[in-house]
Design a protein around this ligand. Structure first.
Ligand SMILES: [Cu+2]
Length: 139
């Protein structure tokens, strides 16, 4: 084995080790801002600045949605929901056929352009209290 080959395989082993660790405990992987456990958003409240992109990742084995409460976001804000629906009603109707679902490891992201308080819910786990808040502060 020459030196270059040795370094390449050592590097790969290191990466594989880190990846295995992240897969076991998603908390160590910061490629997302909000995780989703069985019935919670984690963290349930997140504070960001105007223009920031927030990434949600389903870190559980159950399907979830990220669905903004249309009447609990700033008036001038753009509506957001996993599945890309433009209203809460459309998102809720689509969920009956599984529309907007995020499965394990899938992500949803939204860029917040208006300051204020945004409340959102996971439609299938609303009764379990799976709700979250993003607070967007002026830059
Ligand atoms: Cu859920």
């Amino acid at each position: 084995m020459n030196r270059r080959t040795f370094l390449a395989s050592a590097g790969l082993a290191g990466v594989a080790g880190l990846a295995g660790c992240a897969a076991l405990q998603f908390g160590g992987n910061r490629d997302f801002d909000v995780g989703m456990t069985a019935e919670t958003f984690d963290p349930a409240e997140l504070t960001v600045s105007v223009g920031d992109e927030v990434v949600w990742m389903n870190t559980s084995s159950r399907a979830h949605t990220v669905t903004a409460y249309e009447n609990a976001i700033p008036e001038e804000a753009e509506y957001f929901a996993s599945g890309g629906f433009d209203s809460e009603r459309a998102a809720r109707e689509a969920w009956r056929q599984g529309g907007g679902a995020l499965d394990n490891g899938e992500t949803f992201s939204h860029t917040f352009d208006a300051p204020g308080r945004y409340e959102y819910v996971c439609v299938p786990h609303e009764m379990a209290g799976m709700v979250g808040t993003v607070v967007v502060e002026e830059g």
